[in-house]
Ligand binder design. Sequence first.
Ligand code: ADP
Length: 309
Amino acid sequence: MNTIDQFRIKTNSQVNLGKIEADFRGDYDGEEAAIEVQEKLNQRLSELQALMYAENMHVLLVVLQAMDGGGKDGTIRHVMEAWNPQSCNVVGFKVPTAEELAHDYLWRIHKATPRKGQITVFNRSHYEDVLVVRVHNLVPRDVWSRRYNEINNFERGLANSGTTIVKFFLHIDKEEQLRRFGDRLYEPDKQWKISEADYTEREYWDDYQQAYEEALSKCSFSYAPWYVIPANQKWFRNLAISQILMETMESWKMKFPEPSVDLVEMRKKYHSEVAEEQGLAVAVEAVVNVKQAKGKKGKKKGKRKNKSS
Ligand code: ADP
């Protein structure tokens, strides 16, 4: 079974996150064993992105969602590492601004979707509107419960217009979340991430898991699948995501576009330029040689003169 099938949520299935092992490591003994595989994946992802940019045909939207401490930042750092920043970007979605709230909830999302040849990674997304919004009753139930359909229609529209959508839920368990909060306390480069909300939101763990289960169950289709990625082990999470992105991009069967110019003509131009440059170089060399030869003669004459005087 390939990675795509292994972690993909089947359409209309009932997701139970409690039954999906967050600590899963596949056949790997540990991180060491995965390093070489990861390097190869990164190299291939880099080639695929170069092809995508050159073809300027495909559009890739990667959606990342996770509980606090789930590793969205680390995933972004790792995934983007393989890609040329020229044709990919990350958009984070925070608490909506007053202007965003004055529009429909998909307004800010649609504006941020990628164009042809481009990859955009969403750090949080429109799914917040059926997650945090649902858990904290930010809108009435009948409003958020309509949104699963609205989101499906929105994503289908994007897909029909040529966007490939890949959605990852980074699945950690509650113990791992606490471990990561602990790391934040004692590792100086992570302390800036600590927020009061970490602990208040943690109290809503079960509500969030339930909200995620419903979103994953209702919004996974072939045109915009959800993948639940075991993410307790950061190296396994990275490996699985890279593998899925690689398999997705490889399925496009991309090719470098045919050159838009007549190559025979361009080669002729190139070689005549080179010949001209070389001709000039030969001519310059000849002049230099003549000058040098004259100089030597002059010196010799001078020496003779000196001798005779
Ligand atoms: P992150 O955790 O993604 O690194 P922040 O710590 O700034 O970034 O958190 C962003 C916050 O914005 C989260 O608490 C998230 O739930 C909230 N948020 C995002 N989208 C919405 C939304 N549509 N409505 C309410 N809150 C939202």
